[in-house]
Write a protein that binds this ligand. Structure first.
Ligand SMILES: N[C@@H](CCC[C@H](N)C(=O)O)C(=O)O
Length: 257
């Protein structure tokens, strides 16, 4: 049977989207997912996302990395899925959906999607980096020579090294641009390379920069390789709440396989 697919990107983080409300996608076939995400032999994408029915909320998100394995939350993927749900007529301008890390509220206005992320209660400040979980695990460290830095090699060494080892972490290299703006480049676990943007990574950097007193702002601009994201939050007793990831999410093309 033919399978319809849609391609979306959010600040250059790109995804194959499949409407799986009829449950006709072969969900446990990691090779199929990896083949579809392959940039030379497949459609190409940093990940693949299924939109599924939910009996209480607007829809359910199932996320796979480009390596074919189901993974933890994808912030840009969540934003793209909201745009996809709107294209399918599943929602109008607001959504509540369930992902692997819990419920997410979202709003869409033109191509701008605002996605509420989970609260972040724990920020682990180490000597030369910060580790936190924003739905996915993130290592955040400063890198002044960010333009010339070998993200793939250096990111992989951290991702596979102690204390992360096989389970791994996404790795973000950050440079301060101003009091409320930071540039970041991200090595993504499961893609095993740099991606042009990572939404949970941008969220992690914004929160880490605030926790390190690098900014006092609660609304932070993040320059990523594929564009710009914004992250806003409140802080109560050291817990980051009401966290929103904001940026563009765009349809690219559709087809049948
Ligand atoms: N691109 C994502 C992060 C996707 C998950 C990540 N690769 C992992 O396995 O932890 C984002 O936009 O958040």
């Amino acid at each position: 049977m033919k399978q319809k697919f849609y391609k979306y990107q959010g600040t250059g983080n790109d995804f194959v989207m499949i409407d799986n409300r009829q449950q006709n996608f072969d969900k446990n076939n990691a090779k199929l997912v990896a083949d579809l995400c392959d940039r030379r032999f497949g459609i190409g994408g940093d990940g693949l996302i299924l939109l599924e029915n939910h009996n209480e909320y607007d829809f359910k998100m199932v996320y796979y990395n480009a390596d074919g394995n189901e993974s933890t939350m994808c912030g840009n993927g969540g934003r793209c899925l909201v745009a996809f749900a709107k294209q399918l007529g599943v929602i109008s301008n607001k959504a509540v959906f369930e992902a692997i890390d819990g419920l997410h509220h979202a709003e869409i206005d033109g191509d701008i999607v605002r996605l509420q992320m989970q609260d972040v209660p724990v920020i682990d400040k180490k000597e030369n980096h910060v580790f936190l979980d924003t739905g996915s695990p993130h290592h955040v460290q400063f890198e002044d020579a960010i333009s010339d830095f070998d993200i793939k090699t250096k990111g992989a060494a951290i991702r596979y090294g102690a204390p992360y080892n096989e389970e791994g972490s996404n790795v973000n290299f950050v440079k301060k641009i101003s009091n409320n703006a930071f540039r970041l480049r991200t090595y993504e676990r499961g893609v095993e390379d740099e991606t042009l943007s990572c939404g949970t990574g941008a969220t992690a950097v914004a929160i880490a920069m605030h926790a390190l007193n690098e900014t006092k702002s609660h609304e932070i601009d993040l320059k990523v390789e594929g564009g710009e994201l914004k992250v806003s939050f409140d802080v109560e007793d050291g817990i980051y709440k009401n966290v929103w990831l904001i940026g563009s999410a765009n349809f690219v093309f559709e087809g049948e396989i």
